[in-house]
Design a protein around this ligand. Structure first.
Ligand SMILES: [Zn+2]
Length: 292
């Protein structure tokens, strides 16, 4: 029976049917001792017993509820301020939790995929009922996954107060994720960050001298490249500057003798083949003509 309904750290005492759609598992700890959470001393002196009734994962569409026999132990260390303590089941459920860890994780993952209200409606059908508010609270408690260490990073400035205080932000361009915010734009801060990430091989940056110096100090073997956004920005600024300088000279040129081209459209431009195909598919799908 324990193999059919495994309960981490516990042995199954009995299985009780609670009505047509619910089962109760009565379980108790397998160990005959527990460790005081304050002084870490082992105790086998049982003070009292009580029951916890956390909700558990369902089985075959039926709700499963645990009746967990919990023992309270004496702490026999005279120096310990705690006189008694309850045994804990860290793999099974958190302190004071009313649902097992595996049920909380299943509910949180459903909530994460669907959102609060839709997940609550689905979970009610799956015998794992929970309110939307509880789902959102459970999602917020989920530990964040540690992202893989980046080999390529991008760095640029961000304004804490525009024109006054700037910091640096670091991104992972391969995964399109922000990585960190640095409190200032100094080469030393940037170099210190890079020294903690020795695997970095490529740094994309603007043409800031501080970023260049920091990269050389912190990751001397990394290749430094100008990122595409800054290349396009710099190109646009150079063209604008050149045109601003050349504009007075251009105005002095004699008027061209080329015939004036009419800017008025006399007929529709033909559609590209891909546009024609997409339009035909849209008409076939809903019988409506898209407004193009
Ligand atoms: Zn103790």
């Amino acid at each position: 029976m324990t193999q059919l309904f495994p309960v981490p750290g516990c042995r199954l005492v009995r299985v009780v049917r609670d009505g047509p759609t619910a089962i109760t598992l009565v379980a108790e700890a397998t160990r005959d001792h527990a460790r005081c959470p304050t002084c870490r001393a082992v105790s086998t002196s049982v003070h009292s017993r009580y029951r916890r009734r956390p909700a558990n994962l369902p089985a075959s569409g039926e709700a499963i509820r645990l009746h967990l026999e919990v023992r309270r132990f004496y702490c026999r260390d005279p120096a310990c301020p705690r006189k008694t303590f309850a045994e804990r089941f860290p793999k099974l459920l958190a302190r004071y939790a009313q649902r097992t860890r595996r049920l909380a994780e299943a509910q949180a993952r459903t909530g994460l995929a669907l959102g609060g209200q839709p997940a609550a409606r689905l979970l009610a059908h799956l015998a794992m009922p929970s309110s939307a508010t509880t789902l959102l609270r459970t999602i917020r408690r989920m530990p964040l996954q540690k992202p893989p260490r980046p080999y390529v990073v991008g760095v640029d400035d961000w304004a804490l107060r525009k024109g006054r205080t700037y910091g640096s932000f670091v991104v992972d361009p391969e995964r399109r994720r922000p990585l960190d915010l640095l409190p200032d734009r100094s080469a030393e801060t940037w170099a210190a960050w890079l020294r903690r990430e020795l695997q970095i091989r490529l740094v994309a940056r603007d043409r800031s001298a501080e970023d260049a110096r920091g990269t050389t100090l912190g990751a001397p073997v990394a290749v430094q490249v100008a990122d595409r956004w800054h290349l396009l920005l710099n190109t646009r600024e150079m063209i604008e500057r050149w045109l601003a300088r050349a504009h007075p000279r251009l105005k002095l040129l004699p008027p061209t003798m080329a015939p004036r081209l009419s800017t008025q459209r006399i007929r529709a431009y033909p559609r590209a083949p891909a546009e024609t195909l997409a339009r035909a598919a849209a008409v076939g799908r809903c019988g409506l003509l898209p407004v193009w």
